[in-house]
Design a protein around this ligand. Structure first.
Ligand SMILES: Nc1nc2c(ncn2[C@@H]2O[C@H](COP(=O)(O)OP(=O)(O)OP(=O)(O)O)[C@@H](O)[C@H]2O)c(=O)[nH]1
Ligand SMILES: [Mg+2]
Length: 352
């Protein structure tokens, strides 16, 4: 999974990036510098499982990539024709939008609108470019295969002209596939980070309620944090970090919040495999069936899938060994139709 950290200049993007990655890039420099980090997805469950399954040689967490990217000018609708949005931003799975809510004249909701306006303009430019080309192709060749694409693009264009994001469009699987290649900015899920000042930390719950109206199931979620404190926390050893979190009444570090909410927005879940060479956490789309999960480990496993032996994380923690799980009838043998659940511990049987 790739997350793009975006926002207006000096909104605290690099501060948040440092907090999430543990890196120490310079902040407050108007540099528009881009930063990149691949980090382990913290998952307490994998650590717990490994504590039971001691003989493993290697522990591998799921990974996530953060991209701290410049690219939003802050001119909003006035930006017409002058947008230079980094091409990589089209390739991320979701945006983490950092909004300045710490400086004296902060207007986070207005800033959000500015960013949305810029996304809409960028998407409109792509559509305007494509519509003529496709219409011409259809006219020249007389072939209608791309008629649906054209129709969808016109629908998107209409939405954008109404200043609405493409994410509002309810698409079925086929239509979603047709549009996927365009990688529209306004179609990506968003996590809004309201970046508040240290002295307002005590009001974070009130602020969260104030901004909650921006939440939209599967499209937009919010978090209220203080980037500067989180950045400092990230440099501390784990034990001290825990103490400070409790002291400041922060329920979990920002990196966990960002990852947890992004997983939820993107409909992602985790499952685990335990073996002597390696214990590992994997990421998969909710609703995926067992052979797909096997295919994430190795494409051959999907083809040769025979069955999956599955126990939930909770049952594994309780019974601790495969024989004990079997004796308690908590080890389920599942076939091709089995829908993988978050926290499943799976042993795949396959034939290659
Ligand atoms: N008080 C306070 N200041 C913050 C907070 N987060 C960021 N800042 C300050 O805001 C300034 C900009 O922070 P950066 O993280 O560099 O912002 P940016 O969005 O990466 O900036 P550019 O990349 O230059 O656009 C710095 O001086 C930060 O110290 C915060 O939570 N509280
Ligand atoms: Mg920066």
């Amino acid at each position: 999974m790739k997350l793009g950290i975006i926002g207006l200049p000096l909104s605290g993007k690099t501060t948040l990036f440092n907090a999430a990655s543990g890196q120490q890039e310079q902040v407050g420099d108007y540099s528009r510098a881009e930063h990149r980090a691949v980090i382990r997805v913290p998952d307490r469950r994998l650590n717990d499982l490994v504590a039971i399954y001691e003989e493993t040689k290697k522990v591998t967490h799921a990974e996530i990539e953060f991209l701290d990217a410049a690219g939003f000018s802050g001119r909003g609708k006035a930006a017409k024709g002058k947008l230079e949005i980094a091409p990589e931003l089209h390739l991320v799975d979701a945006f983490v939008i950092v909004l300045d809510d710490f400086s004296p004249n902060a207007r986070p909701e207005q800033d959000l609108q500015t960013i949305v306006d810029e996304m809409i303009l960028a998407d409109l430019a792509i559509i305007e470019n494509s519509i003529d080309k496709i219409a011409r192709t259809i006219q020249l060749t007389g072939r209608k295969e791309r008629a649906r694409e054209l129709e969808l693009l016109r629908q998107c264009q209409e939405m954008l002209n109404d200043e609405r994001m493409i994410s509002e469009l309810a698409l079925d699987g086929d239509d979603e596939k047709i549009l996927r290649g365009y990688a529209f900015l306004s179609q990506k899920p968003q996590l809004l980070i309201f970046n508040i000042a240290e002295e307002n930390l005590e009001q974070s719950a009130d602020l969260y309620n104030r901004y909650a109206k921006h939440k939209r199931e599967g499209i937009c979620d919010i978090a209220v944090i203080c980037g500067r404190i989180e950045m400092e926390l990230a440099t501390l050893p784990e034990q001290e970090q825990k103490e400070f979190l409790t002291e400041l009444n922060i329920d979990r570090p920002v990196v966990e919040k960002v990852i947890q909410r992004s997983y939820a927005l993107l409909g992602l879940i985790s499952f685990f495999t335990l073996s002597r060479p390696e214990c590992r956490a994997w990421t998969i789309r909710q609703g995926s069936r067992a052979p797909r999960a096997a295919g994430i480990i190795h494409t051959d496993f999907e083809r040769g899938f025979i069955r999956a032996e599955v126990a939930s994380y909770e049952d594994y923690m309780q019974y601790k060994t495969v024989p004990a799980l079997k004796a308690a009838a908590k080890l389920h043998v599942e076939g091709k139709e089995y829908e993988v659940q978050d926290g499943d511990v799976i042993l795949f049987r396959f034939n290659v």
